[in-house]
Design a protein around this ligand. Structure first.
Ligand SMILES: Cc1cc2nc3c(=O)[nH]c(=O)nc-3n(C[C@H](O)[C@H](O)[C@H](O)COP(=O)(O)OP(=O)(O)OC[C@H]3O[C@@H](n4cnc5c(N)ncnc54)[C@H](O)[C@@H]3O)c2cc1C
Length: 456
């Protein structure tokens, strides 16, 4: 029998912290036993805990860790399809498959996420405008549902359940394994161009113009600049480098390993204040020069933060929230300007402000990525109720411009706001009621956002 252990958990933002009964199964049978014995009233799956808020938390209830269910099951060179358990991380896929010339076709900004977590948040990368989100590259997955059955879900089999599970934050069942089409690459390097812009208009125009030319694009925004320079950015634009572009200087598929550094403890809260952040942002912006055809290794381009393990501790014990919204193209300029104005007036941001352009939506009912522009900001948690009121104002700006907040990053949104931003919620609830009528799968986020009503 799989035993649970009481543990205090949090997401990557270290807020909120909650106690869960944590299970660490190793076999599918363990999972079936957990569901059959029902020693907790409900359960949520947890991958690598890289969501920022509470979507992998379940206060005083069951939390199923997937980190030991992480086996590669098969790989077909002809079709490039990898079948693996849901607890496999992107880092593990890269470590094993990159030397053979394959990579995950879509990746978030950290490789320390699991396949199950990536499906459940329908993650996107810097190539959404060209390659869509993670589910675009998923052929099918196996789902263990509340009845104890294993179901194959794909675009043609259990189709409704497939689209409820993609972006469905773990509420439809437990993803056991998935078949993913990997991407073929010639090298572990990218050829990157850097371009500086002096305001938001320029940033948006340039991101648009570069759409077809670069597979990857992202803008780092100096989010404390104001007035005419609001939204000034550094654009990082990249394509996979071919072997012939490397000039034989490096081993194409074996980039030199970098040593990770660790942030050893939570920083004191006075370390990060608005003037130190402003100084950093301004320094970072001015340090950069336009540059073209820089050859950059895969890790540095996609995962700059991963080299600093536990970097979330820089924000102190109180933690921080990530605030990520997407605006449709028609309202993006106004919405982003207002958001950046509020943030800079509130003097509450942020080393990290990142703007990306997104392409077409997938069919995930609660999936976040959709056509438009998405801005992500770190906001340190201090100021108690004052901060909460400030965040509510940001939420109103987002809603007023038909924007949507990302559940992978959220810890504070109200149920009412969520229902307005996600009009397919009733459809999701319908599918959930069919597949999990007793609400065996629930989470702190699901209750906060009233996705599961009184049952959860
Ligand atoms: C530094 C950093 C950068 C990031 N950059 C991006 C980015 O660029 N784009 C982006 O989209 N996201 C980004 N994220 C967010 C991250 O990609 C997602 O939160 C991702 O889902 C985390 O995966 P995880 O394995 O840690 O899952 P967790 O955070 O542990 O769980 C996430 C959700 O998945 C569910 N889940 C996990 N495993 C299973 C399973 N086996 N079956 C059913 N449900 C499951 C959980 O219940 C939960 O609802 C970033 C996060 C960090 C920390």
């Amino acid at each position: 029998m799989v035993k649970s252990k009481e543990n205090v958990l949090s997401g990557w933002g270290n807020f909120p912290k909650q106690t869960g009964h944590v299970y660490r199964p190793e076999k599918y049978k363990d999972l079936q036993d957990i569901l059959r014995l029902r020693s907790q009233s409900n359960f949520i799956s947890r991958g690598a805990g890289r969501s920022y808020g509470d979507n992998a938390l379940n206060d005083q209830n069951g939390v199923i860790l997937h980190t030991r269910l992480n086996r590669f099951l098969s790989f077909d060179e002809q079709t490039q399809v990898l079948e693996c358990e849901a607890g496999v991380t992107f880092g593990e896929i890269i470590e094993y498959f990159l030397p053979h010339g394959y990579l995950p076709p879509v990746t978030p900004g950290t490789k320390y996420v699991t396949v199950g977590g990536a499906i459940s948040n329908e993650v996107h990368g810097k190539n959404h405008h060209q390659d869509g989100s993670f589910s675009n590259h998923i052929l099918d997955f196996q789902l263990l549902v509340a009845s104890g059955e294993f179901l194959t879900c794909s675009r043609s089999e259990n189709q409704e359940l497939f689209w409820a599970t993609v972006g469905g934050i773990g509420l439809t069942g437990i993803i056991l394994s998935a078949r993913i089409k990997l991407m073929r690459v010639e090298s572990a390097y990218l050829e990157v161009d850097y371009k500086k812009t002096s305001n938001l208009d320029e940033t948006i125009v340039l991101l648009n113009e570069m759409n077809g030319k670069y597979q990857y694009s992202v803008a780092w925004i100096d989010c404390l600049s104001t007035d005419r320079t609001i939204g000034r950015s550094i654009l990082m634009l990249g394509n996979h480098a071919l072997q012939k572009q490397l000039d034989g200087k490096v081993e194409p598929l074996s980039p030199r390993r970098k040593r990770n550094m660790i942030v050893p403890f939570y920083f004191p809260s006075f370390g990060l204040n608005s003037s130190s952040i402003k100084t950093f942002n301004s320094f970072y912006y001015h340090r950069f020069k336009d540059a073209s055809r820089q050859v950059v290794d895969y890790d540095s381009f996609f995962y700059p933060l991963d080299t600093l393990l536990h970097w979330n501790r820089l924000y102190g014990k109180a933690g921080f929230i990530q605030y990520q919204a997407v605006f449709p193209p028609e309202t993006a300029r106004m919405g982003l300007t207002e958001l950046l104005q509020k943030v800079s007036q509130g003097r509450c941001a942020s080393f990290l402000a990142v703007l990306k352009i997104l392409g077409e939506r997938s069919g995930g009912l609660l999936a976040f990525p959709r056509k438009g522009y998405t801005l992500a900001l770190d906001i340190p948690l201090r100021g108690g109720t004052e901060l909460l009121a400030f965040i509510r104002k940001l939420d109103e700006v987002v809603l007023a411009h038909r924007g949507v907040l990302y559940l992978a990053k959220d810890a504070l949104m109200s149920a009412d706001m969520f229902a307005q931003m996600y009009p397919e919620l009733p459809k999701f609830k319908e599918v959930k009621a069919k597949i999990d009528p007793g609400c065996l799968f629930s989470s702190s986020m699901a209750r906060r956002l009233n996705i599961v009503g009184n049952l959860g």
